[in-house]
Design a protein around this ligand. Structure first.
Ligand SMILES: Cc1cc2nc3c(=O)[nH]c(=O)nc-3n(C[C@H](O)[C@H](O)[C@H](O)COP(=O)(O)OP(=O)(O)OC[C@H]3O[C@@H](n4cnc5c(N)ncnc54)[C@H](O)[C@@H]3O)c2cc1C
Length: 497
């Protein structure tokens, strides 16, 4: 994405020196970065339109050092932004000007892999794909597979409740994590969940997963491993229009089939990605669906036959079925590389992430097409169709006056449409800073107050990733979605964080 100048620092050199010195006293040499050439690489995550160089970066090497960093920050009242690989797409790991970025890059050890109980215990900085690579000799793998899995970390996945193309059948991060260890801002280590199938007490593990670095620092994760299916094949089906393709998705699910993956790409996406990866996609189709079956050989044959029949009845044109593992991976390579391929046809893209009921897919795609005209910007639609999770990629050029603003307005209108049809403003990329105003569209003041109360219970000093994910009531009022009576906000006594 085109560079947007970073904001000027809002702290004094003395303050930076004091924080860096205090952190150097508790971390090994080389684990505290304060010089601009060292901190600049941390200025953004995958939402690179927004940048802020952090005051200091801390790179603890173990859990005790994480606690020590938190203690220093608490003592000096410094806000903390946790960071995994920085692939997040909603600005969750974007630094705060006068804050510390706490990177988990050095916490990258697989602690234990137990093939008998089909679990792995890993540090937060372990890459998603590295878990499956370590489990492969046992015929096992970690199921949630974000397209960024080569780089993103399990700590980031827990914080975002990440998904991937196979989550329709195997579930999101929340369904595949048994237990997390968390360092709290108050200096405790707590364990949420358990290695048993269920844990006593309130289900705080589910509260924590998806909390975007606002409640604590993940220091260890126990994940479930699943057996690698004996066989998998994928159907690539072409459609003459997106409405028919959208309806076909609903027909597949209505037929009682839960494919291992059910993804959709529109023509703009197909034409953007095909010259890049040569996946063999039908570039004349208005949309293609990728539908995967996995299991035993017989199960796969049966499901492929049933899905083919449903897709044909729903109006598919050409249908191709992978005949080898190499061909299956080639079909998926286009989908997995869709975001990078956007860079080939546009200087910048803005990736949205909303979820809608599957039955509304066609309606929402039609709405997005109308918005392309309204905002004068192209949009490539790539998404986890089976989950109803849309990823419209709004194409723009940040060097052109007002194109970023138009892209943002376009994105906000897509999310408002998602809410209007009964969906949500996020599917798997989180809220971060990107969708914070859209939270005012989705939630009422009392609901936001409840979210702040949960944050306050974990982080009473409001230092963990503040101003992300939950909008203040004042922010919503400024955004114009909250009724202000006589100049007084509802719930005026609530903390503003
Ligand atoms: C090309 C591309 C494709 C992508 N595809 C997908 C996809 O298919 N599905 C999907 O869900 N996402 C996808 N993403 C988004 C992103 O990869 C995920 O959100 C991922 O989980 C982020 O992991 P990370 O390690 O990069 O975390 P970061 O970006 O570093 O951080 C993400 C959030 O987690 C918090 N965090 C990080 N580590 C910790 C910790 N130890 N404790 C507490 N909080 C922490 C951060 O503060 C931040 O709020 C994609 C991104 C890219 C660039």
């Amino acid at each position: 994405m085109t560079s947007v100048p970073t904001a000027a620092p809002s702290y004094s050199a003395e303050r930076q020196h004091a924080v860096a010195q205090a952190l150097r006293a508790v971390l090994p040499a080389g684990c505290v970065l304060a010089a601009l050439e060292d901190t600049k690489p941390y200025e953004c995550d995958g939402l690179s339109a927004y940048r802020q160089v952090p005051m200091v970066v801390a790179l603890p090497q173990d859990e005790a050092q994480v606690l020590a960093v938190l203690a220093v920050c608490r003592e000096l009242a410094v806000p903390i932004v946790p960071r995994g690989a920085g692939t997040g797409l909603s600005g969750g790991a974007m630094p705060i000007a006068d804050g510390v970025v706490l990177s988990t890059a050095k916490l990258n050890r697989i602690v234990r892999l137990d093939a008998t109980s089909r679990t792995a215990v890993v540090q937060p900085g372990v890459r998603n794909l590295a878990i499956s690579e370590a489990a492969a000799p046992y015929g096992l793998y970690y199921a949630p597979d974000p397209s960024s899995q080569i780089a993103c970390t399990i700590g980031g996945n827990v914080a975002e409740n990440s998904g991937g193309v196979h989550c329709l059948k195997y579930g999101l991060t929340v369904h595949n994590v048994l237990r997390v260890r968390v360092a709290t801002i108050e200096g405790d280590i707590i364990e949420l969940g358990s290695e048993a199938p269920d844990a006593p007490g309130l289900d705080l593990l589910s509260v924590f997963i998806g909390s975007e670095g606002m409640l604590g620092i993940v220091t260890e994760v126990t994940v479930k491993l699943v057996p690698k299916p004996a066989c998998a094949r994928v159907i690539m089906a072409s459609f003459g229009d997106v409405v028919t393709a959208g309806n076909a998705v609903a027909h597949v699910i209505a037929a009682g089939i839960i494919p291992a993956g059910l993804e959709m790409m529109d023509q703009t996406s197909v034409r953007m990605v095909e010259p890049f990866v040569k996946a063999g996609y039908d570039q004349d189709a208005a949309a293609i669906l990728l539908c995967e079956a996995d299991g035993t050989f017989d199960e796969v044959e049966d499901e492929i036959a049933r899905m083919t029949a449903v897709l044909q009845a729903a109006g598919a044109g050409a249908i191709a079925v992978s005949t080898s593992e190499a061909e299956r991976l080639r079909f998926w390579s286009g989908r997995k590389n869709a975001f990078p391929a956007a860079g080939r046809i546009s200087p910048d893209y803005y990736c949205m992430d909303g979820t809608i009921p599957r039955k509304n897919l066609a309606q929402v795609l039609t709405g997005i097409a109308q918005m392309e005209v309204k905002y004068g910007l192209r949009c490539a639609n790539v998404f986890h169709a089976g989950d109803g999770n849309l990823h419209p990629l709004i194409l723009f050029d940040a060097n052109q006056p007002d194109e970023l603003q138009r892209a943002e307005a376009f994105g906000a209108e897509i999310l408002a449409l998602c809410v209007a049809v009964g969906g949500t403003i996020t599917g798997e990329h989180g809220v971060g800073i990107e969708k914070i105003d859209s939270m005012c569209v989705q939630f009422q003041p009392a609901e936001l107050a409840a979210f702040f109360a949960v944050k306050g219970a974990f982080d009473p000093v409001a230092l963990l990733n503040p101003d992300k994910a939950i909008p203040t009531l004042h922010r919503c009022a400024e955004f114009g979605r909250m009724r202000v009576t006589g100049g007084v906000l509802p719930h005026a006594g609530l903390p503003r964080f």
